[in-house]
Ligand binder design. Structure first.
Ligand code: ATP
Ligand code: MG
Length: 737
């Protein structure tokens, strides 16, 4: 995973920025060099609550805050304040977050404050995984001596092998699902022995029966240790590092002496495995600042536990707790939309949610656009992007976000057609691209001893600019020409190599040791942590990958049922659906000014228009989309479509409150078959038909098409008794459809 680069504005973390300042493409960006000198400037541009959090004494601090309220700004300033006032040395601070790109964002903001390397070695800003990887590489030999280990490259392949070994169907879907389950199990501190019971107790949506998943899980664990080199996957890194700190007092002591102050961003997504490592790091100390927004919990399917955030004050009764609700990122128009979408949600996180107030000057109304098919949607979005770019907006201030990576294909083609450059985030990893693999091995040769003269020359370079120039030279033959070449392919290669050199430069500047070697080591580490560098152009990213970042203009595409919420979430039930709502909230709140949400009625041109806009837009659609008549709660409107106001006919559409056009995803044939079955059943048991199931219940079944008993049981009007009585019949009818 990588950071979405200049995608998010490099935060204006310098003294010049003011509340409400209009953002624009030529904003001044915080950089090392424009350092706020002392405590005064570190506090500048903070509101009273942010200031309170920054100035809180060393010890536990919990910041509960909405999107764009300055959480990341506040923690970076807090770190700067603690370092500048001599409370802690920069290199004793470990700041962690969840995605490599968010860690990159932290690092960049710290650099902007001038304390990423405040003469004492840099503040470490890392993901949990990369922090664990670094620690483990360092401490491993102490415990395991010469025994070799390697980070498992290609977890999918290993799981596929395990799935086959235990005789399960090795379809891509099953492998993916088993992989998710293994990830969830490890994040939740479960083993192959304890997995099945927990998965069943929590009603996980499983691809195959839990005991089968557990067998595949065990086979996978065995595979990793059966070769000559022990393999560790990303989750093992956390567990092993926690083991070492918990079990080996000398390691605990050294580690705790080295790191004294901990900060966790996006704490709502911490998993039990990460919390365990954090507790091991801390020992009995409590110098911990956490910050998060429960409304942005988007990894609970993978084991994230927002209760760690919500329960922080109970765990540390003396903690300073700060709430932030002023949104400095987005216009009030964007903030209102975000509030409406999240406010309509249900579930246990709601009460802890915050309501945002937009602090920026007003901007354009968010656009809600419907298109006939995905190509038209992609073309229109590319057109709107091109208009913004031609109007002077820097392409790196624009993002197109989607639910799954496969959705990027059409938009890529449309942007290419429109002549707009883009960079993909979260798709094929930057470091996996053939050109970057080649570049990395070319750079490796500078230090691997195969050419003594080169190695010697590299070791003698003391100035970071010389190191970067040397790296640039070895990359010239593979496409890093002095000037940007023409031709799409050559340009893509050139862009990637330029980004790699930019990364080398970043590492060289932060590195205190001379020579090429530490830079190459840094590049390797970044590759292992899958932390890609910035590339130029419009950002294309999944909603998940966009977390924590911001752009002037954001386009959310595919905002229709089945895509958002994604179909498997619809089948999995209310909790999964609420997580999808939070995902949309994360997407909306990435936009500073321009926001567009769009969907298409059909996948292909001329295809059947079977889609309807996302249910999450129900509370906002009529007002935002002038073409659709305003929805009314007036009782005289009973019997009219609650989406477009059309008069309703037919039992199914009346039960749903939606006309055929707005209920396009409902399976009419299934509804009719269910009605026939109900009629027969009612006759057989000698009771009125509605006592079997109401039209409303049947319509919901026809809409959601639950795949199993558990999903069926979640539909309103189906209790345990009816589930036992009719569940098999209904599921059979669904399957036959
Ligand atoms: P997210 O939940 O998306 O991670 P966040 O709470 O971390 O958001 P930041 O990214 O720190 O928010 O801040 C959002 C934007 O608002 C940034 O551009 C930041 O520079 C700006 N900002 C934060 N606090 C203030 C303030 N007091 N005055 C002006 N701008 C601010
Ligand atoms: Mg943030």
């Amino acid at each position: 995973m990588q950071r979405a680069g200049g995608g998010g504005r490099a935060d204006c973390e310098q003294a010049g920025e003011r509340v409400g300042q209009q953002s624009g493409p030529h904003r001044d960006v915080g950089r090392a060099g424009s350092r706020p000198g002392g405590a005064g400037s570190v506090l500048e541009g903070l509101d009273p609550q942010q200031r309170h959090a920054v100035l809180a004494p060393r010890g536990p601090v919990c910041i509960l805050a909405g999107a764009g309220t300055g959480k990341t700004r506040t923690i970076t300033r807090r770190i700067a304040h603690l370092v500048n006032t001599g409370h802690v040395r920069g290199d004793q601070v470990l700041a962690v977050t969840f995605t490599a790109r968010a860690a990159g964002e932290l690092r960049m903001r710290l650099a902007g404050l001038g304390i990423a390397d405040a003469g004492t070695g840099p503040v470490q800003a890392r993901t949990f995984h990369s922090a664990a990887l670094r620690n483990l590489s360092y401490f491993w030999p102490r415990v395991y001596g010469e025994e070799p280990w390697q980070l498992l490259d290609g977890q999918f392949r290993a799981v596929a092998q395990a799935v086959r070994r235990v005789g399960l169907d090795p379809s891509t879907e099953t492998i993916r699902d088993v992989l998710t389950e293994i990830g969830w199990a490890k994040s939740s501190l479960l083993t192959p022995d304890t997995y099945a019971e927990q998965a069943l107790a929590l009603g996980r949506d499983l691809p195959v029966p839990a005991p089968e998943v557990a067998r595949a899980f065990r086979a996978y664990e065995d595979l990793k240790v059966s070769g000559p080199v022990r393999m560790l996957d990303f989750d093992d890194l956390l567990g092993h590092m926690a083991d070492l700190v918990e079990d080996v007092p000398a390691i605990a002591e050294e580690f705790r002496d080295r790191y004294r102050c901990f900060v966790v961003d996006e704490f709502q997504d911490v998993t039990p495995a990460q919390q365990r490592l954090l507790s091991a790091w801390l020992g009995r100390r409590d110098d911990l600042t956490v910050v998060g927004d429960v409304n942005q919990t988007i990894y609970s399917f993978a084991g994230a536990e927002p209760d760690f955030l919500l329960g922080f004050a109970d765990r540390y009764p003396g903690a300073t707790v700060v709430r932030l609700e002023s949104d400095y990122r987005s216009t009030p128009q964007v903030v209102d939309l975000a509030n409406d979408v999240i406010g309509a949600g249900a579930g246990r996180f709601r009460s802890a949610g915050l309501t945002l107030t937009g602090m920026r000057p007003p901007g354009p109304e968010p656009q809600l656009n419907e298109y006939a098919d995905e190509d038209s949607e992609a073309e229109a979005v590319a057109g709107a992007v091109a208009d913004l770019v031609h109007g002077g907006l820097d392409p790196s201030e624009i993002a197109v976000l989607y639910r799954v990576n496969a959705q990027s294909e059409r938009i890529e083609a449309a942007l290419e057609q429109a002549g707009i450059g883009y960079r993909l985030k979260g798709g094929e990893g930057f470091f996996e691209r053939p050109v970057i693999r080649r570049a990395m091995s070319t750079i490796d040769r500078m230090v691997d001893g195969s050419d003594e003269a080169t190695v010697q020359a590299g070791a003698r370079l003391t100035d970071p600019t010389e190191v970067v120039a040397a790296i640039r030279r070895v990359l010239e033959p593979i496409g890093l020409t002095a000037a940007e070449p023409s031709g799409a392919q050559a340009r893509e290669t050139w862009n990637a190599l330029t980004a790699l050199v930019g990364l080398a430069e970043e590492i060289a500047t932060a590195e205190s040791r001379p020579g090429v070697l530490p830079v190459v080591a840094g590049l390797r580490e970044r590759a292992a942590a899958r932390h890609a560098p910035d590339e130029r152009g419009v950002t294309l990213a999944s909603f998940h990958a966009a977390k924590g970042l911001e752009w002037d203009a954001v386009f959310l595409i595919g905002v229709h049922e089945g895509s958002l919420p994604i179909s498997h979430a619809i089948n999995a039930g209310p909790d999964a659906i609420e997580e999808e709502r939070r995902l949309l909230y994360v997407g909306i709140t990435r936009a500073r000014e321009h926001l567009s949400l769009s969907w298409s009625r059909s996948r292909r041109a001329g295809g059947r228009a079977t889609r309807r806009p996302s249910r999450f837009l129900d509370p906002v659609r009529p007002a935002g989309a002038p073409a659709a008549p305003r929805r009314s709660s007036d009782s005289s409107d009973k019997g009219r479509c609650r989406s477009c106001g059309e008069k309703l006919t037919g039992p199914m559409h009346r039960a749903l409150g939606l006309c055929p056009d707005c209920a396009v995803e409902v399976d009419t044939g299934l509804f009719e078959r269910l009605r026939d079955w109900r009629k027969d059943t009612a006759e057989r048991i000698g009771k009125p038909a509605y006592t079997v199931f109401t039209n409303g219940t049947l319509a919901q079944i026809a809409r959601d098409r639950p795949a199993d008993t558990r999903a069926l049981g979640r539909i309103g009007g189906i209790g345990a008794h009816k589930l036992g009585e009719y569940g098999d019949d209904v599921l059979r009818l669904i399957r036959e459809g």
